[in-house]
Design a binder for this molecule. Structure first.
Ligand code: 6GU
Length: 241
């Protein structure tokens, strides 16, 4: 039974039937996962198919109605069962981590609620115990692109999707560091050369050089990751769970 992703959205067309040349797209064609969309507007009850209303207490924009979203969530839950986590993509959510991605990829799949307008009425999120997740500190026009990011991160961890399973374990990000820089042929390009150590065939030296590079770049670019790494260097996972 393949890993199952369901997107609840007002814009189902933003989820392509095929993901083109992407890794996730090939894995979708190979049947290693499935992607379904549920059009929230299909659960609006009035003749104008209204899904939103003005914010209580005033303010700009519109809010997605709890009754309409509830019907969509119930429909998805009845078809997926209670074991599939229900996630709401929002910049107010907890930051997505590689640890959470790994857990989700190991499970049966995800149901992802995508907000539009200013967001979804809080009561329906509370009623269904929805997990709120953000993909970073910037604002997107809706949750759809964020949902695709979450799905891509999970799908590449599904067994058999990536070329070799070693490619995960050897990612230095998996131990909480940024990746070391990569080089390939030609050995000299536009006056720039591949570092000598990488051509030496000395595997211990290569490993040590890559580790130094990963640590230096993490220290410079991501003091937050560097601090967490040094607090728990023996831990196999990355970040602070
Ligand atoms: Cl998950 N959704 C939206 N709409 N904007 C975001 C986000 C999510 N994460 C960062 N910005």
């Amino acid at each position: 039974v393949p890993w199952r992703a369901v997107a609840l959205t007002l814009f189902p067309d933003m989820f392509p039937g095929s993901l083109g040349q992407s890794l996730a797209g090939q894995a979708l064609e190979d049947g290693r996962w499935s992607l379904e969309t549920v059009d929230i507007r299909g659960f609006a009850r009035d003749k104008h198919r209204t899904v939103d209303d003005t914010p209580s207490g005033g303010g700009a924009g519109m809010v997605m109605r709890p009754d309409v979203v509830d019907l969509a969530v119930r429909d998805v839950r009845s078809r997926l069962g209670g074991d599939v986590p229900l996630i709401y993509m929002t910049p107010r959510g907890r930051p997505l981590s590689q640890n959470r991605v790994r857990e989700l990829a190991e499970g049966p799949g995800v149901a992802v609620l995508c907000g539009r307008y200013e967001g979804v009425d809080q009561r329906v999120l509370d009623a269904h115990n929805v997990e709120e997740i953000s993909i970073g500190d910037y604002v997107l026009s809706g949750g759809e692109v964020a949902a695709l990011v979450l799905m891509d991160a999970c799908v590449r961890l599904i067994p058999g999707v990536m070329g070799s399973d070693q490619s995960h374990a050897e990612e230095s990000f998996e131990e909480g560091l940024l990746e070391y820089p990569l080089y390939t042929r030609p050995q000299e390009w536009e006056g720039r050369t591949v570092p000598d150590v990488l051509l030496s065939g000395h595997h211990a030296n290569i490993r040590a050089w890559r580790r130094e590079q990963a640590e230096a770049i993490t220290r410079e670019r991501r003091p937050d990751l560097w601090l967490a790494f040094n607090a728990a260097p023996e831990k196999s996972g990355c970040e602070e769970n």
